[in-house]
Design a protein around this ligand. Structure first.
Ligand code: HEC
Ligand code: HEC
Ligand code: HEC
Ligand code: HEC
Ligand code: HEC
Ligand code: HEC
Ligand code: HEC
Ligand code: HEC
Ligand code: HEC
Ligand code: HEC
Length: 332
């Protein structure tokens, strides 16, 4: 990075560029305030070869270089990092080799305000960073970004994206997969998906973004549908019904009985059966508490048919709703 060898050539390039630099009179002290101007990719690359070689594999590089839609895109690096003439001059310190003088001397020379950096250590404000990206990417999936949970919690686009290289197949993510990106902050959900019963997210057949839009939605928590049930129906269409006999808690919310991320009970259930059903059905005509051994049909061990196997569902099989004329009790 700190490559004094290139400075002389660069000085010449910058001298030409700085002629273009606009000078605006500063009303306060009469000194001309200098505004950065675009210098073009070649100047940046003279110092940032490594970054440029990785960046070359991305969609931005291809589009900005080969088919720019406007003058900003034509600047390539500066389309995101902002006009960089002053940064380039600042870095082209020729004096005595600052590297040889050590980190402290170097830190005094570097003016971080002169270029938009997207790394934490560079210190550009998050609003500024996100503003750069949103200037081209407002709307679409980001329609509800302003005010979304991630926006309010001060996430930067670059917390999930790294456009400087191609780490992921699509979407220029920081990590190889969507789920890995999410799990880097959401360790609780990562743990839940490691439980015995879970949808195939850890197996890579689904991702967090099948259900959530990390850029914001109108449905909390960042759900991609109008309600929890509409979300579930989008893949489990057979649960949508309509049924002749509806089971009220199913229509209300699948999450009355299921947890979306993972459970150590069968079939993503919140609670094991029969307790699951007994939460709401304390007083059934047949006792919902266990029968005495003597009352069990043909059972000598004392095990109750309400707790064996699928418990209440040994008889009430159609728990999501029934289309049988005689299915009012969800037995058929
Ligand atoms: C004369 C060499 C030179 C030129 C020309 C130059 N840079 Fe830099 N740039 C540097 C150095 C050296 C640093 C690192 C400073 C540090 O880390 O203390 C840096 C830092 C940066 C950073 C911040 C990195 C971070 O940590 O977040 C960005 C972004 C950047 N340059 C972009 C550009 C762009 C865009 C251009 C073209 C407009 C450009 N640079 C031109 C030398 C240069
Ligand atoms: C699409 C927007 C975009 C474009 C175009 C772009 N950058 Fe970046 N750049 C970023 C983001 C975002 C980061 C922060 C990456 C991270 O989190 O490490 C970054 C980081 C950097 C850094 C810090 C070191 C690093 O790799 O993390 C340098 C230096 C840099 N860019 C230079 C350049 C240069 C030179 C070009 C042109 C060849 C360029 N950038 C083009 C968005 C962009
Ligand atoms: C000057 C305009 C511009 C800026 C600034 C810009 N982009 Fe892009 N970006 C594009 C264009 C053009 C495309 C390709 C076509 C499209 O998706 O619209 C693209 C594509 C993408 C893609 C999809 C890439 C893929 O391979 O699927 C991502 C992700 C992305 N940009 C993120 C960012 C982030 C993050 C920033 C800020 C660091 C940023 N962009 C800044 C114009 C821009
Ligand atoms: C919490 C993580 C996260 C944050 C923060 C984030 N993104 Fe994304 N972004 C993603 C994921 C994951 C995808 C892939 C979505 C998919 O494939 O369904 C994506 C896809 C994209 C795409 C490509 C798909 C499209 O909509 O064209 C663009 C462009 C993009 N993001 C821009 C941005 C911008 C701009 C910001 C900042 C305002 C941002 N993202 C913030 C995670 C994030
Ligand atoms: C850089 C860290 C970070 C990353 C990466 C990240 N998140 Fe978040 N996320 C947060 C923070 C911080 C919150 C707010 C506090 C909380 O609820 O934990 C949040 C909240 C959420 C919420 C709850 C929203 C609400 O309204 O309660 C959902 C859902 C979510 N994130 C999904 C995702 C998904 C999906 C991804 C991956 C595409 C992702 N997050 C990546 C930091 C992150
Ligand atoms: C099958 C759809 C689905 C998938 C896949 C999914 N979620 Fe969720 N997520 C939900 C639903 C539904 C809720 C709301 C739960 C509720 O209302 O009780 C939720 C809630 C959340 C919340 C809010 C806090 C909480 O746990 O209730 C966070 C954070 C979150 N999800 C992150 C993630 C992350 C990270 C991933 C990927 C590892 C992920 N989700 C995958 C459906 C899903
Ligand atoms: C993006 C598609 C998708 C969405 C949305 C979705 N699921 Fe799934 N679900 C799956 C897949 C795939 C499986 C695994 C099917 C298999 O293994 O045969 C599954 C399995 C299940 C299972 C059975 C788990 C087991 O251990 O056998 C339950 C229960 C379930 N989903 C409930 C829900 C609920 C509740 C929602 C809404 C919060 C939901 N699903 C949303 C795709 C989805
Ligand atoms: C009253 C509790 C309850 C509610 C509410 C509920 N389920 Fe279930 N669900 C169950 C039980 C119990 C099982 C296990 C069935 C078995 O073992 O045969 C199950 C199994 C499943 C399965 C896996 C087996 C199958 O039948 O495909 C899926 C998928 C599923 N539920 C989706 C949903 C969806 C989607 C919703 C919301 C529309 C929902 N459930 C609402 C109790 C419920
Ligand atoms: C969140 C509460 C809740 C849970 C959990 C629940 N139910 Fe229900 N169930 C209801 C409500 C409410 C009704 C409708 C009662 C009515 O119409 O009077 C109902 C109706 C029924 C009926 C028909 C009864 C009638 O009077 O028409 C049966 C049978 C039934 N549930 C069995 C089960 C079984 C078996 C389970 C466990 C797998 C279960 N329920 C879990 C709330 C629940
Ligand atoms: C051995 C079969 C069987 C098992 C196991 C069973 N039931 Fe039933 N249940 C029935 C039959 C038969 C009826 C219908 C009685 C009627 O129509 O009058 C019924 C009726 C019901 C009703 C509706 C009428 C009422 O009494 O309020 C509810 C609610 C119910 N059962 C809940 C449960 C729950 C909860 C469990 C598990 C703890 C369970 N059942 C286990 C056979 C069973």
């Amino acid at each position: 990075m700190r490559v004094p060898g290139v400075f002389p050539a660069l000085r010449a390039m910058l001298a030409a560029v700085s002629l273009l630099a606009a000078s605006v009179a500063n009303a306060a002290d009469g000194q001309p305030a200098r505004h950065a101007t675009y210098v073009g990719e070649q100047v940046c690359v003279s110092c940032h070869q490594v970054e440029e070689s990785h960046f070359g594999h991305t969609l931005h590089a291809k589009i900005f270089r080969q088919n720019p839609r406007n003058d900003v895109e034509r600047q390539v690096c500066e389309a995101c990092h902002g006009p960089g003439s002053l940064h380039a001059e600042n870095m082209a310190v020729e004096s005595t080799d600052p590297v040889a003088q050590g980190e402290e001397a170097w830190d005094k020379i570097v003016d971080k305000s002169l270029i938009v950096g997207f790394t934490k250590s560079w210190g550009t404000s998050i609003d500024k960073m996100n503003g750069q990206c949103l200037s081209c990417h407002e709307g679409g999936q980001r329609m509800h970004w302003p005010g979304s949970t991630h926006d309010l919690n001060k996430l930067a686009c670059s917390d999930c994206h790294n456009p400087m290289a191609r780490f992921s197949g699509t979407s220029l993510l920081k990590k190889q997969s969507i789920t890995q990106v999410c799990e880097s902050c959401h360790s609780q959900q990562r743990a839940e998906f490691r439980k015995r019963s879970h949808m195939p997210v850890p197996e890579g057949k689904m991702s967090c973004a099948d259900c959530h839009n990390p850029h914001g939605t109108v449905t909390a928590p960042l759900l991609k549908a109008d309600s929890v049930n509409d979300l579930c129906y989008s893949c489990h269409a057979e649960k949508r019904g309509p049924f002749i006999w509806e089971h009220a808690p199913v229509r209300e919310a699948c999450t009355n009985c299921h947890t979306p991320h993972g459970s150590n009970h069968d079939k993503l259930l919140q609670v094991a059966r029969p307790a699951l059903c007994q939460q709401c059905h304390a007083n059934t005509n047949h006792p919902s508490v266990f029968y005495n051994a003597g009352q069990l049909a043909g059972n000598e061990t004392g095990l109750n048919s309400r707790v064996m196997g699928r418990s209440c569902q040994n008889c009430h099989t159609q728990i999501h709703g029934s289309n049988h004329p005689a299915g009012a009790r969800f037995q058929r």
